[in-house]
Write a protein that binds this ligand. Sequence first.
Ligand code: PEP
Ligand code: MN
Length: 356
Amino acid sequence: MSNWLSASSRPLLISGPCSAESREQLISTADALAKTGLVTAFRAGIWKPRTRLNSFEGHGEKALSWIKEVKEKTGMPVAAEVARPKHVELCLKYDVDIIWIGARSVVNPFSIQELAEALTNTNIPVLIKNPVNPDLQLWIGALERINKAGIDKLAAIHRGFNTWNKTKYKNTPLWEIPIELKRLFPKLPVICDPSHICGNRTMIKEVAQYALDLDMDGLMIESHINPGKALSDKNQQITPIKLKKIIEKLQIRKTTSSEKEITDTLAELRRKIDMVDYKILEALTERMNVVKNIGYLKKNNKITILQIKRWNNIIHNRKETGLKLGINKEFLNELLNLIHKEAINVQKRIMNDNNN
Ligand code: PEP
Ligand code: MN
């Protein structure tokens, strides 16, 4: 997989409505987007995967002729979602330039395999959304299957995940997952879809900015000439004018600096971080060694591992100290829980080891 998008100017921007609703809606949205001069490719959903029956499911083939008209009229490359082999065949017939595979299809390796077969010998660029559930392996599996079909113009789209705990997002970003994908496949372009992460218009800019600050390669943002009247994802679509305002306000930061003084200072600060990290690891090892001694003592004297009173004291005391030191409360909570979990695991191993 190579970064076939890297030559494009940043941010690469794919925009257009969630669904192609009518010829007029598509053409007026595309005209307004083309006028901004910021859009790399136009998107529109032709077949819509809807959760409940009786929702708008797209116009299918008819809408492909509208999207073709958009391409001819504006010169923008066009992108559409495919979920079945027939969709691939029709997209190719109507000269769609880029296709994407939606979050609901990526969860199913059978669907992906069928799409991979339909895509063999096409070499059309394919964008693969993350699966709805937070499973990096499933995402990678889809990328691999499509890549094996000979598609090397591949990119991943991060659109957030459906998680059990409700957050302010419609789909929780879980940024660590796309970051890990980037670490494993440094050349694979990753595009962020703030619209489906947010589920509303108000947070799009902040999520888009954060994605760029994580060095993502581009953005997919839904836009509609009249968002209030949209037949799907009404709350998250923005007008082309609003899109322009958001994009123009985004800060585009570099991955590095060409000034020696800055790179030297950065290197110095990173050396400090390396030293501090080493100290943290040493301190954690020391702590776990004490935990082991406590484990042996408890085992020999038939004392339970968990002592809820002691654990409550630790939480209270460490939180107080940590907060005074200026450590973020949520981070402190997670850190203390992680350390406690490992302390329990270490003692559990000692209790159950009959050789000691
Ligand atoms: C879409 O892009 O309109 C869409 C249906 O997205 P997702 O697959 O991310 O839900
Ligand atoms: Mn949508």
